[in-house]
Design a protein around this ligand. Structure first.
Ligand code: HEC
Ligand code: HEC
Length: 350
């Protein structure tokens, strides 16, 4: 901020603050003139009287003014003045790590993701970068959603080696499959979907012959990429269709929709936006999250998994999500309070 704008902002802030105080003081002084027995207006048999606003309102205003005044003196808020505390955003330990990534990487000899996942500072930097660049699609906890793969299970479309993961982030990926709506008849698509359900040992009450016909159709049309359905290919991102993990939905209807419409699933390339170290840090974070997830799953005994208790795992809704929602609610609450007070003000005749 150059000098002119700094002065401009400072004058604006001070004038606005003084104005706000004066307005509230004006109402406070005229408050005793209000008469709750005087009728201002009558509508539909309901009287509107000239009662004074509650004292609490003024008290809260003056408390808020006192706090704001203290804040403006202690912290940056008036133009480019830093305030008496000399606070600088760069020292904010909550929003940024205390060291740079470059410092965190110096002295490290092994830059495999597994080794980096054991460095808390790097994992933490990776976590912050992930929230900024990846969470919108892969969710805060990296567990993904429909169309966006889970990055912390042990299933990979393109393989889980360091090279494959870094390739995915640096250069992006594009999982493409043609749509079959113009090639196959609806009943053929249905038969193929029954065959895929049977691969997952799912019971449909469809006659076995339809499943057999579905298999023949699948081998004829789909085997060039999918083999018999249970053959993944990490070069082209072809998934195993027999493992009951469905990126695009596993119900019969969803499978049929996928076959009809085809797929063009894009993971954007980040090589231009992120440095090599940043990509490694994100990879370290994902790897650490996967290791933690694996050990959490290993701790659950098989019986509780069977009973469905794993659903209660804390990772389902991460703390970051809860905090974000909380912040939004708080902002909305503040705004609506201001709005309500404003409406109260202007709707009261002078
Ligand atoms: C715009 C949404 C979007 C964003 C943002 C995004 N991704 Fe992805 N990502 C995808 C999609 C979609 C796929 C699956 C591509 C496919 O189906 O071929 C994917 C796939 C991947 C894969 C390969 C998974 C596998 O199973 O092989 C990795 C690794 C990955 N993303 C990491 C990241 C990281 C790290 C970031 C942040 C730097 C990120 N993604 C940001 C959408 C996104
Ligand atoms: C050109 C190669 C190719 C052919 C031919 C092909 N597929 Fe695919 N298929 C893919 C790829 C690649 C993906 C993964 C796309 C992605 O990244 O999400 C896929 C994904 C799918 C999925 C989604 C799996 C999930 O996890 O949700 C289904 C279902 C499917 N294919 C069925 C078929 C059927 C049925 C046929 C034949 C009628 C077929 N495919 C033919 C390449 C192909």
């Amino acid at each position: 901020m150059n000098h002119f704008w700094s002065v401009w902002a400072a004058v604006g802030t001070i004038v606005f603050f003084v104005l706000m105080v004066l307005i509230v003081v004006k109402y406070w002084r005229s408050n005793h003139k209000a008469d709750k027995d005087r009728v201002l207006d009558t509508f539909d048999g309901i009287d509107e009287n000239d009662g004074p606003p509650p004292k609490l309102l003024f008290v809260s205003y003056f408390i808020a003014f006192a706090i704001s005044f203290g804040y403006l003196i202690l912290y940056p808020g008036v133009g480019s003045w830093k305030g008496l505390m000399g606070y600088d955003q760069a020292n904010d330990k909550l929003s940024s790590p205390t060291t740079t990534l470059e410092q965190e990487f110096t002295g490290l000899t092994d830059d495999s993701l597994l080794a980096l996942a054991a460095e808390p500072a790097i994992v933490n930097s990776g976590r912050i970068l992930f929230q900024t660049h990846c969470a919108a699609c892969h969710r805060d906890n990296a567990q993904g959603a429909k169309h966006f793969p889970n990055l912390i299970d042990n299933e990979w479309l393109y393989g889980g080696s360091d090279e494959a993961i870094i390739h995915s982030i640096e250069l992006g990926r594009n999982g493409a499959m043609p749509g079959w709506v113009d090639v196959l008849r609806p009943d053929e698509i249905s038969k193929i979907s029954y065959y895929l359900a049977s691969l997952n040992q799912r019971h449909t009450d469809v006659p076995e012959i339809k499943v057999q016909l579905g298999k023949e159709l699948f081998i004829k049309n789909c085997a060039s990429c999918h083999g018999d359905g249970s053959v993944p290919n990490i070069e082209t991102g072809v998934p195993d269709l027999a493992d009951n993990i469905w990126l695009h939905g596993g119900s019969i209807e969803e499978i049929q929709h996928t076959i009809r419409a085809g797929l063009n699933n894009v993971m954007p390339a980040f090589g231009q936006q992120l440095t090599k170290d940043e990509i490694l840090a994100i990879g370290a974070y994902i790897t650490k999250a996967r290791i933690d997830n694996n050990s959490r799953l290993a701790r659950l005994d098989a019986a509780s998994v069977e009973r469905g208790e794993y659903l209660a795992m804390p990772a389902i809704v991460s703390l970051a999500t809860v905090q974000r929602v909380e912040n939004h609610l708080r902002a909305v609450y503040r705004l609506s309070l201001l709005l309500a007070l404003f409406i109260l003000r202007i709707s009261r005749p002078m």
